[in-house]
Design a protein around this ligand. Structure first.
Ligand code: FAD
Length: 333
């Protein structure tokens, strides 16, 4: 049996990477802290209403990702956004369906929050909240970069200085999402609407999108990064009072319920051009949207790029080795 590769995070980067590695005969375990799959490809239910609360749609500009999307479309997992330009893809019936689909056939352990990682016997030891520790030969982190770096710090894992500095600069914007149920039909265009001024940057009607049938309107409202940062701790009723009067005409019907979802790590404020990080000496990889770009497609390409790096001879030749070698490579940042 091959050594285990532990992948932290069941977002699109982690799931695509895990599928690639498994297809190459590797023994992969994906650890996901949430109950849901897909990470920021997220769907939230509030009573009868269904909301895509994170990513609203994705594009497929690169040939590599477009080939996957065509395959998923053939399986009915994704489709063009109804009424929108053909360049916008959504998952069916809602965004988290793509995560569920990609997780099929993989060893994905949900509700498994990794709380500490440390080097052990030339490999890795992972502490998982309320579970026993796990050993792995190689480790891949796909959480938003600040969370991945914090995890490395728990076990005093040092990265090369220059790299550590570059990765620490990859901070994220927060995003407050208001999930609204309306009493009547909305005035929101079927393809959603991006607003340039004011605290709101995006409004979409999930009923028109086809994911919340049977309801008058279930509307996702995303607040812009600066407003979200300034008002991050506010309650839903405080935010409703601040924001809803300004978008009454966009909504078109009275609001009957407001649910708040806070995304602390919504999109990277800065990204690194190289699509992944692979340190064979440590048996450590990093992937996700901070590497490549703040989009679903870039996160997917990051996961795929890392799988390829790990499969090359140099990538696979993880140092069997000694703590001494690790210290040599990774001066603590
Ligand atoms: C509000 C919002 C709107 C967006 N809109 C769009 C859009 O319209 N189009 C677009 O292309 N992109 C959009 N994005 C960005 C897009 O969702 C992301 O770029 C992409 O989904 C990131 O995928 P990922 O796999 O890198 O990370 P994630 O999806 O964040 O996956 C990381 C996973 O790691 C898990 N995790 C974290 N820490 C741990 C731990 N310690 N132990 C175990 N698991 C852990 C998390 O729970 C998560 O499931 C949006 C994002 C948000 C939040």
């Amino acid at each position: 049996m091959n050594e285990t590769i532990a992948v932290v995070g069941a977002g699109i980067a982690g799931l695509l990477l895990a599928r690639e590695l498994k297809a190459r005969g590797e023994n992969v375990v994906v650890l996901e802290k949430s109950r849901g799959l897909g990470g920021r490809l997220a769907t939230k239910r509030v009573e009868a209403a269904v909301f895509d609360s994170g990513a609203q749609y994705f594009t497929a500009k690169s040939e590599r990702f477009a080939a996957r999307v065509v395959e998923w479309a053939a399986h009915g997992v994704v489709a063009p956004w109804p009424g929108a330009s053909a360049h916008r893809w959504i998952a069916r019936p809602s965004m988290n369906a793509l995560g569920k689909y990609l997780a099929e056939g993989l060893d994905v352990r949900r509700e498994s929050k990794v709380i500490k990682v440390q080097r052990a016997d030339g490999g890795w030891e992972l502490m998982i909240e309320n579970q026993s520790a796990m050993r792995a030969g190689r480790l891949v982190l796909t959480a938003p970069m600040p969370q991945s770096l914090a995890l490395l710090q728990t076990g005093s894992v040092g990265l090369p200085d220059k790299l550590a500095g570059e990765l620490a600069a990859l901070t994220y914007h927060p995003c407050l999402a208001l999930l609204l149920t309306l009493e009547g039909p909305s005035a929101v265009p079927a393809e959603g609407v991006a607003l340039a001024d004011g605290p709101v940057r995006w409004i979409a009607d999930n009923t028109k999108k086809g994911i919340s049938p049977g309801l008058a309107a279930a509307v996702t409202v995303h607040l812009n990064p600066a407003f979200s940062a300034e008002h991050y701790a506010k309650t839903e009723s405080e935010l409703a009072a601040l924001v809803l009067p300004g978008i009454e005409s966009n909504l078109g019907s009275p609001v009957s319920n407001v649910t708040l979802q806070r995304w602390r790590f919504s999109e990277p404020a800065a990204t690194r051009v190289e699509p992944c990080v692979w340190l064979p000496e440590l048996g450590l990889g990093l992937a996700g949207d901070a590497l490549g770009g703040p989009r679903v497609e870039a996160a997917a390409l990051s996961g795929l790029a890392l799988a390829e790096r790990m499969a090359t001879k140099a990538g696979a030749a993880r140092a069997k080795s000694s703590a001494a070698h690790v210290q040599e490579v990774g001066s603590v940042a």
